[in-house]
Design a protein around this ligand. Structure first.
Ligand code: HMG
Ligand code: MG
Length: 298
């Protein structure tokens, strides 16, 4: 059976823009987030409090957050460590996300840590954030495949998932960072997590669309009981010149499918598409989303 309602966790302003070559002006990011909220998205991931040298595209987090006062949406921010949490708390963030990896290679590449060391880094962040009344999401990257290590065993993803949830994360988002998963793999993963005692209502799915599988993978996840789906407006992200990097599942493609299935999202597809077309103008290239193209004759 399929759910009657899906919560969309919009990541375009964070996962999308962190991967764009163009560095978008802070005021344009703020306007993008305001328009996404106005289109009915109630969770709009805003930015990351990471090292500015690691992700220069999001180095303006301190300038951006104050511009978002009064935006009617939850605005989670990524935080890898104490320093990031302090920066986020100083700006009044209400919701954070830590981001771990199922594989050693990506933990090293993304966090300069082993998997164990990164979980040790997150533990006090999650505890302090919860004491301060914040909601905490955990991301787990490379759940299905890894560019250095190839296929990732289900047991490994299940094991690190449990550890992230045990730290106190309210929700865990399963990341197919390089978009290699297919629907049977998604079903097997969610079944293995269920058998390991992980409640499906604490899970979200985070698909990148590298091989065009993101929508099929999402449908497989919905059939397993998942009701929170990450997506990026216009399919933002990735570099058109890099072979393995593409954006997330486009929010418009997701909403088109869910509207067709009669599953409520609260999102106005027309307003969302107009927002992505407007953003594509700032980035200087058309949206890769098939739905955006079809609805806007781009
Ligand atoms: P490190 O070099 O090991 O940092 O990087 P460190 O702890 O050794 O500290 C070195 C210096 O950095 C210190 O300064 C710190 O204060 C400073 P110094 O004392 O030398 O002057 N520093 C910071 N400055 C500002 N903000 C901070 C911060 N932390 C330390 N938060 C670190 C470790 C985690 C910082 C680094 O690896 C990093 O920033 N990584 C972020 C990478 C990232 O953002 N990746 C993208 C997000 S993940 C993703 O996209 C996947 C996802 O979408 C899901 C999926 O698709 O799978 C979520
Ligand atoms: Mg991602």
């Amino acid at each position: 059976a399929l759910p009657t309602r899906v919560r969309i966790h919009e990541v375009g302003a964070r996962d999308g823009l962190q991967n764009e070559k163009t560095i978008v002006p802070t005021e344009v990011k703020a306007e993008f987030i305001r328009r996404l909220a106005a289109a009915g998205l109630d969770t709009v991931e805003a930015t990351s409090f990471v090292h500015p040298k690691w992700v220069p595209q999001l180095a303006d987090a301190e300038e951006l957050l104050p511009l978002l006062d009064g935006v009617p949406a939850r605005l989670p921010v990524l935080v890898p460590n104490r320093r990031g949490l302090d920066r986020a708390l100083a700006l009044g963030a209400r919701e954070i996300a830590v981001f771990g990896s199922a594989t050693e290679s990506f933990a090293r590449a993304n966090l300069n840590r082993s998997v164990d060391e990164s979980l040790e880094m997150f533990a006090p962040v999650v505890a302090t954030a919860r004491e301060a009344g914040l909601r905490v999401r955990g991301y787990l990257s490379m759940c299905f495949g890894d560019p250095w290590e190839g296929a990732v065993p289900l047991e490994r993803t299940v094991r690190v998932s449990r550890r992230l949830l045990d730290l106190g994360c309210d929700e865990l988002s399963l990341g197919d960072t390089i978009g290699v998963a297919t629907p049977g793999h998604v079903t097997a993963m969610l079944t293995a997590l269920h058998e390991a005692g992980v409640p499906v209502d604490r899970l979200a799915v985070h698909f990148h669309d590298t091989y065009g599988q993101a929508l099929a993978n999402t449908l497989a996840a919905l059939r397993c009981g998942v009701t929170t789906v990450d997506a990026s407006a216009g399919g933002l992200g990735g570099c058109p010149y890099a072979k393995s990097a593409t954006g997330n599942l486009a929010t418009e493609d997701l909403v088109w499918m869910l509207d067709g299935l009669g599953i409520a999202t609260g999102v106005d597809l027309g307003r969302l598409t107009a927002t992505s077309v407007w953003m594509a103008g700032h980035l200087g290239r058309p949206s890769p989303s098939r739905t955006v193209r079809a609805l806007s004759h781009q």
